[in-house]
Design a protein around this ligand. Structure first.
Ligand SMILES: Nc1nc2c(ncn2[C@@H]2O[C@H](COP(=O)(O)OP(=O)(O)O)[C@@H](O)[C@H]2O)c(=O)[nH]1
Ligand SMILES: [Mg+2]
Length: 236
């Protein structure tokens, strides 16, 4: 399977070159699509430089403005689905919280599953450098999603995942309503509901960023709280 990693960026100038370098170092020939929302710090320009340095390997999608992580992924996945050479699509954060050395393991599990979730909570709690408040928010969100949707996965809000093309194609990107981080839950839920597809989990260690700032804010959290109920109602 030929893999591409979709990486959304907003003000990640301190992290982008490093993450691209680390992804390229992994065995398996991973290509990259950076989806930048016109970051004021110049991340988009750096992405273009990396793309000219590694033509055909690093692609860039520029969006006019920041509309949220969900919108960025819908656009990025939409573009990748137009590129028939890629049959495995992976997704990860740009801030080095997701360690690229897991990428080959995701690919291995894609041989068995249609989608693979990177889980921080499969064996205890594998999160480094988060304060207690943030950990509670994430664990709470995970339990909340489990309760409302009855999905069995240990970490439904994570953003380190791998898809077979057919699975990503089947969830209906044009019908996706999430703007923010709810997107991660929505995509998993939509696939979960299509019974012919299988979802596996691998254990990952998540390490909070050293550089740059988190983009999570109250509107993102509120959208996710209401959105999970909306998903449940819509999916009945
Ligand atoms: N293109 C784009 N990327 C975003 C947006 N919001 C967050 N990101 C990216 O999504 C990833 C995760 O965001 P981050 O702020 O680290 O979330 P946290 O780890 O949950 O605190 C990072 O690569 C961000 O740059 C957005 O609105 N647009
Ligand atoms: Mg982060």
């Amino acid at each position: 399977m030929k893999p591409i990693v979709v990486v959304p960026t907003y003000n990640e100038i301190e992290n982008l070159e490093r993450i691209v370098g680390l992804i390229r170092e992994q065995p398996g020939g991973f290509h990259i699509l950076i989806v930048d929302d016109n970051s004021p710090d110049g991340t988009g320009r750096l992405a273009d430089e990396l793309s000219s340095r590694y033509p055909d390997e690093v692609h860039v999608l520029h969006r006019d403005r920041k509309e949220g992580l969900g919108r960025a992924y819908v656009a990025g996945f939409g573009q990748v689905l137009q590129m028939p050479e890629y049959d495995a699509i992976l997704q990860m954060d740009a801030d080095l919280s997701h360690d690229p050395s897991y990428l080959p393991e995701f690919m291995k599990h894609l041989e068995t599953f249609d989608m693979v979730l990177g889980s921080r909570y499969l064996h205890g709690v594998n999160v480094l450098n988060w304060d207690f408040k943030r950990l509670l928010l994430s664990k709470g969100a995970s339990l909340y999603v489990k309760l409302i949707t009855s999905m069995p996965y240990s970490d439904a809000t994570g953003g380190f995942k791998a898809w077979r093309r057919e699975a990503l194609n089947a969830i209906g990107l044009d019908r996706m309503f999430s703007n923010g981080y709810l997107f991660q839950i929505e995509t998993t839920y939509r696939l979960h509901r299509i019974k012919r597809f299988s979802i596996g989990e691998i254990s990952i260690v998540f390490r909070d960023r050293d550089l740059g700032r988190s983009k999570i804010d109250l509107p993102i959290i509120l959208e996710a709280i209401w959105g999970v109920i909306r998903l449940r109602i819509a999916g009945r």
